[in-house]
Design a protein around this ligand. Structure first.
Ligand code: BGC
Ligand code: NOJ
Length: 818
């Protein structure tokens, strides 16, 4: 069942009922100021940090769901309704929500009045702009009252939801003309305030929640709106809000547009006050002046659209299947940008007050983002690397505002350092910017202790070599990619952390997954060493990788698939000898991606085992059989009920490793089949089962052991976004930058016979045409009319347009017969 449809020309998803199975959200903002917005206008906004600089309040895990937003109420005679349905929930004659790229348009119609609200954050602006259009569709004149409403968060979202003894007495506001200023704590150490204004004279306003709502009314019927009378209240403590009332008289057919701005304003300390006790509002006035007319707003919307069209033109494909094209060209790269911006901080599943930026996560997010805005990827790499410890290990997380490592969690996730190599390699392949390797980057943010970025990579690689276990495999530490496989933390108490109760420190548990990751990044690291002038190191690196690959085949192979790990007692994890958890997805993916056992046939065997044992109609589960009881020696993985999360859920993050692995052995049909099972656009038709947005990846889909098999959780902020993009665009469609050129090596399924593609990279444009009759033989390439050996198209100079014709699986020449 669907709850809307894709509008590919507009690059929008059109939701046609407000009653989606769960809130379906979108993100506003591209750089520093962000908003989350649901299909009914729910959500909140913040400047840079969702915990420390939150402008509006949101109530997570509430009943009903999705409470808190930027709401508009229309009073039409005795009638009272909202264009987004919530919070009044009055039936609409017509409803539509269009989630577009960094904007959302919600339209409601009732009794001959249409209200359309466009929400966006203009480029380079720290504010949400809401363009509200009211139109009289009837043949009678109408006299409406429009009430706006936001509830301010007292900046620190954690404190805001916990510390009532203090924060019910701190709230302050000011009203000047049609602008409401939220100035709580400005009197002390804050140099920032919020402004919520409209470009029209007011018939009234409210800034005190109780005055506006009435103490016992719900959001659906604020007393001021119900009575059609604002209180002109000035908040003093309690809960500051912003509500404007505007009288709108409309002749038949007439339309009126209002512009609301909800912004963040920061003053330099020395310019904090206009005069003693008077907040300096000059910057706010400048902001409002930029969006005081509809014309200005329309221009800013056009600019935002162009911005996105430009970004997306970097990779665009036409396969003949709109579901593939809309994922690859629009929604997946869009999701990559969102994930890159938010890391794992603010979604409808992450409250924005918890986790910082993950070292591992951020490096992987980069893989799907780097081609969109490489300069920002560069900056991110340097930030991440600066949190690395001198011994090559890494803080597991760091805080975006301070860019400092997070001490609560610390380090010891032994896969972390290797992801830095993966991220940096992707950046250099995309840009050719070897200069980044020479940048001086501190260790642990200590300016006294710096090394080149290349030195950081060297220590990452070295860290694995210096931490090998009894079988010569990498020690796992607190966990590897699977945060819940905690082989050195035996947690017996509910109040202990699974990851940081490291009571088996010095343990010898080993990870086959890290071994695979090590062998996978080694060639890139070796190439980078060579390019940086360390040929000897490159040679040694390749030897270490070969040794590790042999070790994996010797001690990490279970007979039919790769083992997952050795636990604290040296017992196998992910072996047919185990009672439960006999086979895991991660090592099958990464070892094959690394090329381990490809020549010897292990790869094919391992992937066949995945197919028979782990595949389901909704994707590949993490392991089988699921753990049915808690196993202290394995940790959090066995804490979840079977089928959820890391206990045999479908982790959408690691499925793409299997897709890529399938392309390594040339099985495009299987790779594509796995991809289709997860790709949101392909799951759109089962939205009642999947329940989350049909345009954003989710972290997890419940596995076959769960009663709710097929139901997704945790959409948007997940490594699934970047990895699925990498799998489909770079390995199945098969176009990816490498150090020496653009690799064009499609591994397509039978159902995609031909495609055309434009890839812009390093200033040149590659126009690629692929025709295929299957994946039986290596693709044959003709570049600018000349056949080439292999599938690497050499880099062309900036400004060049290169045509590439590719024929797969057929003996005739690529330029013959169309
Ligand atoms: C979750 C993981 C997550 C970890 C760290 C666990 O509870 O299951 O998916 O990575 O916590 O936040
Ligand atoms: C979510 C984390 O963000 C990611 O880093 C991890 O790999 C997965 N959970 C699996 O545990």
């Amino acid at each position: 069942m669907r709850f809307g449809r894709f509008d590919d020309d507009a690059r929008e998803y059109v939701i046609t009922t407000p009653r989606t199975p769960l809130p379906w959200i979108n993100y506003l903002g591209t750089d520093e100021f962000f908003g989350l917005i649901s299909q009914t206008g729910g959500g909140y906004c913040f400047y840079r940090d969702a915990r420390l600089r939150r402008l509006t309040r949101y109530r997570y895990n509430n009943v009903p769901l999705d409470v808190g937003g930027r709401y508009y109420y229309i009073r039409d005679g005795e009638d009272l309704w909202s264009p987004g349905w919530a919070p009044t929930k009055r039936d609409l004659d017509r409803y539509e929500c269009r989630h577009g790229l960094s904007y959302t348009v919600i339209t409601g119609e009732r009794n001959g009045v249409r209200a359309e609200v466009l929400y966006f954050v203009p480029l380079g602006t720290n504010a949400e702009v809401h363009r509200v259009r009211l139109r009289n569709l009837s043949d009678k004149p109408r006299s409406l009252r429009l009430f706006s409403f936001v509830e301010f968060c007292l900046w620190n979202a954690w404190d805001d939801q916990t510390n009532y003894q203090r924060n019910l007495s701190t709230g302050e506001v000011e009203v000047v003309g049609s602008a409401i200023y939220h100035t709580t704590e400005y009197r002390e150490r804050r140099n920032h305030f919020a402004v919520y204004a409209v470009n029209a004279p007011l018939a009234g306003f409210d800034t005190d929640r109780e005055s506006f709502m009435g103490l016992w009314n719900g959001w659906d019927e604020p007393q001021a709106v119900a009575e059609g009378r604002s209180r002109n209240s000035i908040a003093s403590g309690w809960a500051p809000v912003g509500s404007h009332q505007i009288a709108v008289d409309l002749a038949p057919g007439e339309e009126r547009t209002l512009v609301f701005v909800l912004g963040y304003v920061e003053n330099p300390v020395e310019e904090k006050w206009e005069k003693p006790g008077v907040v300096n509002k000059a910057r706010a006035r400048e902001l409002l002046a930029r969006f005081s007319t509809t014309k200005q707003v329309d221009a800013a919307v056009a600019e935002l659209r162009e911005y996105w069209a430009g970004l997306l033109s970097t990779y665009s494909v036409a396969t003949g299947d709109p579901r593939i094209d809309r994922m690859v060209n629009i929604w997946n790269p869009y999701g990559c940008m969102v994930t890159f911006n938010m890391s794992r901080s603010a979604s409808y599943f992450e409250t924005g007050i918890g986790r910082g930026m993950g070292f591992r996560d951020s490096n992987q997010d980069l893989l799907g983002f780097v081609h969109l805005v490489p300069a920002r990827a560069r900056e991110r790499i340097l930030d991440i690397a600066a949190t690395q410890f001198p011994d090559g290990s890494a803080y597991h997380q760091y805080q975006p505002l301070t860019k400092r490592g997070n001490h609560d969690i610390g380090s010891g996730f032994n896969d972390d350092p290797l992801w830095l190599i993966e991220g940096v390699a992707a950046y250099v392949k995309e840009t050719g910017d070897l200069g980044i390797l020479k940048e001086a980057v501190p260790f642990d943010n200590d300016p006294e202790n710096t090394g080149t970025l290349f030195e950081h990579l060297r220590r990452s690689f070295q860290h694995v070599l210096e931490n090998l276990g009894p079988h010569g495999l990498p020690l796992i530490g607190r966990a590897d990619w699977n945060d819940c496989l905690n082989l050195n933390c035996f947690s017996e108490q509910p109040d202990e952390s699974f990851q940081t109760t490291e009571n088996r420190a010095g343990g010898t548990a080993e990870s086959v997954f890290i071994a695979g990751l090590f062998v996978h990044v080694a060639p890139d690291y070796a190439d980078l060493a060579e390019l940086t002038g360390f040929p000897e190191e490159a040679r040694a690196t390749r030897e270490h990788a070969a040794t590790m690959a042999r070790t994996v085949l010797e001690h990490g192979w279970d007979g039919e698939w790769f083992l997952r790990a050795y636990d604290h007692f040296g017992k196998k994890v992910g072996s047919k000898e185990c009672e439960e958890g006999q086979i895991f997805i991660e090592p099958q993916g990464y070892c094959v991606m690394a090329g381990i056992g490809v020549a010897e046939g292990h790869a094919r065997q391992a992937l066949d085992a995945v197919k028979t044992r782990l595949d389901t109609p909704h994707g590949i589960v993490l392991h089988q059989p699921a753990y049915r009881r808690y196993r202290v020696e394995l940790g959090e993985i066995s804490s979840y009920p079977p089928g959820y999360k890391e206990n045999a859920g479908i982790f959408c993050h690691n499925n793409p490793w299997i897709m890529i692995a399938e392309t390594v052995i040339g099985r495009g049909d299987r790779a594509f089949d796995y991809w289709k099972k997860l790709a949101p656009a392909f799951r759109e038709e089962i939205s009642e089962v999947h329940r989350l947005e049909p345009f954003a990846y989710a972290q997890m889909i419940a596995g076959r052991d769960a009663p709710r098999h097929g139901e997704a959780k945790n959409s948007w902020l997940t490594g699934a976004t970047a990895w699925n993009y990498v799998a489909i665009s770079q390995h199945i469609i098969g176009v990816r930058p490498e150090f020496g050129g653009l690799r064009v090596h499609p591994c397509l399924p039978a159902e995609v016979r031909r495609l055309t593609l434009i890839r812009k990279c390093r200033g040149a444009e590659y126009r690629i045409k692929v025709r295929t009759r299957g994946t039986g033989s290596a693709p044959r390439l003709v570049v600018d009319g000349k056949p080439i050996q292999g599938t690497l198209v050499p880099w062309a100079p900036a400004g060049a347009v290169v045509t590439v014709e590719v024929a797969c699986g057929e003996p005739d020449s690529p330029d013959k017969g169309e």
